[in-house]
Design a protein around this ligand. Structure first.
Ligand code: MN
Length: 309
């Protein structure tokens, strides 16, 4: 059965997820007093992490915050960079070509990092599902794969995947919960087969986010169903946590003993997930970095205007 989530934000903060997070430490403080103090300068590559996860960049669409992402990639450095799907929006590009310089610069920046020693892993999403046929191949030093398991510095093992595989489960959660585990597993398989068939026939992917927009009242419920489904799959596989994207909603919380992490997006919220050298995880919000540091040589204004996808 897909159990009701027993979530607890207390669990996470008691482990120090929030308390020791440098980028998030200004949250909740009076912004007026912070602004009056001189900010520490931040130069290229100053923010070092073991791993960084970013997803849902949607390059090739007007909503993509490519300039902000370029700066984020400039000030951060990591051993492993995970691109967790929907990086290039293949569907939109098929409909109408939109490829400004900044979008090209993001691609170049990532390839440059790969050349200079960063391990770059591209997990496919539903908007870049054309790449799914190339899983297991390297492109310019970037490994393309559909999902992977990441081992944190402290030994914990996390499933890393985009998350669209759970769309059918989210959509039909009510009767699946009633029918139990076998139906849940079957739904995952059906979801994969149906979408593979749609892709071969040239149909576009059934979009959860578009569906959510039509069901605004239920958005919160859908997000929690998604989180429960992903965490359930992770528990089935005996892993400690999961890192995904897809729903454009950054989050880090415990669901039935599983640490559910979502790295958010670079269309609306401009967020990433990062692992520190000791295995500690943190959600990084670009807005927080611009407020906390004096960004030396940044290319975009400090305030990122959110754009709806
Ligand atoms: Mn997606």
């Amino acid at each position: 059965m897909i159990r009701q989530a027993e979530t607890s934000r207390r669990d996470i903060s008691s482990e120090g997820w929030d308390a020791r997070a440098p980028a998030g430490s200004f949250r909740g403080k009076a912004r007026g007093t912070v602004a009056a103090l001189p900010k520490p300068p931040l130069e290229e590559g100053d923010l070092r992490y073991r791993s960084i996860w970013i997803s849902d960049i949607h390059l090739g669409t007007k909503g993509s915050q490519a300039e902000a992402l370029l700066d984020f990639l400039k000030y951060t450095e990591c051993d492993t960079l995970y691109l967790v799907g929907d990086i290039v929006d293949g569907w939109r590009l098929k409909k109408s070509w939109y490829w400004p310089q900044a979008h090209n610069d993001v691609v170049q920046k990532v390839l440059r990092k790969a050349r200079k020693g960063t391990e770059v892993i591209y997990i496919t999403g539903n908007h870049d599902e054309g790449l799914r046929d190339f899983a297991g191949h390297f492109f310019g030093g970037v490994l393309v794969t559909n999902e992977t398991v990441h081992q944190m510095a402290d030994g914990r093992r996390f499933l890393v995947l985009h998350g669209d595989a759970f769309d059918a489960v989210v959509k039909h959660a009510r009767w699946l919960a009633f029918l139990g585990d076998h139906a849940y597993t079957a739904a995952l398989t059906v979801n994969r087969l149906v979408n593979a068939a749609r892709r071969r026939l040239g149909y576009s992917y059934w979009s959860l986010s578009a569906y959510l927009k039509h069901k605004v009242k239920n958005a919160v419920e859908f997000i929690s169903r998604f989180e429960d489904a992903v965490a359930h799959e992770c528990a089935e596989r005996g892993l400690d946590g999961v890192i995904c994207g897809h729903i454009h909603h950054a989050e880090m919380r415990r669901i039935n003993g599983i640490l559910y992490c979502n790295d958010g997006d670079w269309v609306e919220s401009c967020t990433a997930l990062a692992e520190h050298a000791d295995g500690r995880l943190e959600i990084i919000r670009w807005q927080d970095l611009t407020e906390r540091y004096e960004l030396v040589g940044k290319t975009v204004p400090a305030t990122v205007e959110p754009v709806t996808a």
